[in-house]
Design a protein. Structure first.
Length: 290
């Protein structure tokens, strides 16, 4: 993108009309259109939707005035609620301090609304726990994360060094509500068609709430690997790994295929990968995706 092309894009975005933008830039409309078309071809994205009047910028076009590669402006990042509390503290503050002109807005969202927000251009990127299935989206694996059982001391499985799915009583299990991919992945792994939910008395629970219930001597829940790094020594005594094959999930950076803010993405992806333990950056032997 050169200065002249940027000027043309800003003019079209301002006037929402190619002829008026050309008049403002003191060039012919074919010249302005050709220069914008050339940039669109180079980027592999459409910056403006020419099929509606007034002309409307696409999601890629809305951020073109931030010069695509700029480390300035607002960047909207959605993160799953089962990822955010354990991942964000590992990298967010350092990135904010190193790039003070970059305004990163975090939204905690479940997978379905996250996908919708990406497709609608309401957010720039997302961190979710599976590869996207929509053809308009693309994913890049950040790291792999095991699941662990978190077991109350009075549970029979507490006496075991590792647990099998058959060891877990459905009646004693705390799980997130339907709609959480965290729940769906673990139910598939444990081959549970449905759980006799204790949550009938506790709706909209969170992982942290269920962990407190376990610590009080009440049942079993599951936690992601990064959560174990925030535990005290006493809390770590309640953690039990699964027997092989151990369930694990892919943590994925997702954007639209017409995404162009690659410099910002590169900064965030590198910071995230560096912030997690080295062994989590590759799929270790004995792990099975769920």
């Amino acid at each position: 993108m050169n200065i002249q092309q940027l000027e043309y894009i800003l003019a079209v975005d301002t006037y929402r009309h190619f002829a008026k933008a050309a008049e403002h830039c003191r060039v012919t409309q074919p010249t302005l259109s050709m220069m914008i078309q050339k940039l669109e071809d180079e980027l592999g994205v459409k910056l403006f939707d020419r099929n509606i009047q007034p002309v409307c910028p696409t999601p890629a076009g809305r951020i073109a005035n931030e010069e695509g590669q700029s480390l300035k402006g607002t960047f909207r990042l959605a993160v799953l609620p089962t990822i955010a509390p354990y991942l964000l503290p590992r990298f967010f503050q350092q990135v904010s301090e190193k790039h003070p002109d970059l305004d990163i807005r975090i939204l905690e969202m479940q997978t379905a609304p996250t996908t919708k927000a990406l497709l609608n251009g309401e957010i720039d990127a997302a961190i979710i726990a599976n590869q996207p299935t929509e053809v308009q989206l693309q994913g890049d694996i950040l790291y792999y994360e095991q699941f662990y059982a978190y077991v109350a001391r009075n549970e029979s499985v507490f006496k075991k060094e590792m647990v099998r799915s058959a060891d877990i009583s459905e009646e004693r299990l705390w799980l997130l509500d339907e709609g959480h991919c965290f729940r769906d992945q673990l139910m598939r792994f444990c081959q549970m068609e449905k759980v006799k939910l204790r949550q009938a008395a506790y709706r909209l629970g969170s992982l942290e709430t269920f962990m407190r219930m376990v610590e009080s001597g009440n049942g079993v829940t599951f936690i992601p690997e990064l959560a174990t790094y925030q535990l005290s020594e006493q809390q770590k005594e309640l953690v039990r790994p699964f027997a092989i094959p151990k369930p694990a999930r892919e943590i994925v950076w997702v954007t639209r295929k017409d995404f162009i803010r690659h410099s910002v993405a590169g900064i965030l992806i590198e910071s995230i990968r560096k912030s997690v333990p080295k062994e989590m950056r590759t799929l270790q032997a004995g792990l099975r995706g769920v």
